[in-house]
Design a protein around this ligand. Structure first.
Ligand code: FES
Ligand code: FES
Length: 156
């Protein structure tokens, strides 16, 4: 079937069959390779994208269910050549090592900060509970989200 959706602010169309997952559409058809496949079964969060502002596991969602939706991937975060505050903070706080979990972490954190611009440490931990990182020990990631929130609030 033919679907239309908005991806990183751009209207796109695609021919998808019912077995195609959203991650396949984004990575294989649209070449948005920030979207990572880890477990493939909804347990690691590496494939997270925002669908109408909400984090979803793109490995679990059929592509056709994104019809008419607005999708955000990490490729869509940069504005006028400037990284998003979260991207800057992840760099500054050394919150990324192998980087495999990073796009999913950043997008999950983005959704949190859009809803709650000044989250507590516990709220950040809860929001990121579905995103697994095998490298960092999580503390730099939490600090990066706090840092981005502080930047957005002009506290830094
Ligand atoms: S690849 Fe989708 S949750 Fe792990
Ligand atoms: S930085 Fe390697 S999995 Fe998180």
């Amino acid at each position: 079937m033919n679907i239309e959706l908005t991806v990183n602010g751009r209207l796109r169309s695609a021919n998808v069959d019912t077995s195609m997952r959203l991650i396949d559409l984004l990575r294989d058809e649209f070449r948005l390779t920030s979207v990572k496949e880890g477990c493939g079964v909804g347990e690691c969060g590496a494939c997270t994208v925002l669908l109408n502002g909400e984090p979803v596991c793109s490995c679990l969602m059929p592509a056709f269910q994104a019809r008419e939706a607005s999708i955000l991937t990490v490729e869509g975060l940069e504005k006028n050549g400037e990284l998003d505050d979260l991207q800057k903070s992840f760099l500054e706080k050394d919150a990324t090592q192998c980087g495999f979990c990073t796009p999913g972490m950043i997008l999950t954190a983005k959704a949190l900060l859009m809803k709650n611009p000044t989250p507590s440490r516990d709220e950040i931990r809860t929001a990121l509970a579905g995103n697994i990182c095998r490298c960092t020990g999580y503390t730099p990631i939490i600090e990066a989200v706090e840092d981005a929130a502080a930047k957005a609030a002009n506290l830094k």
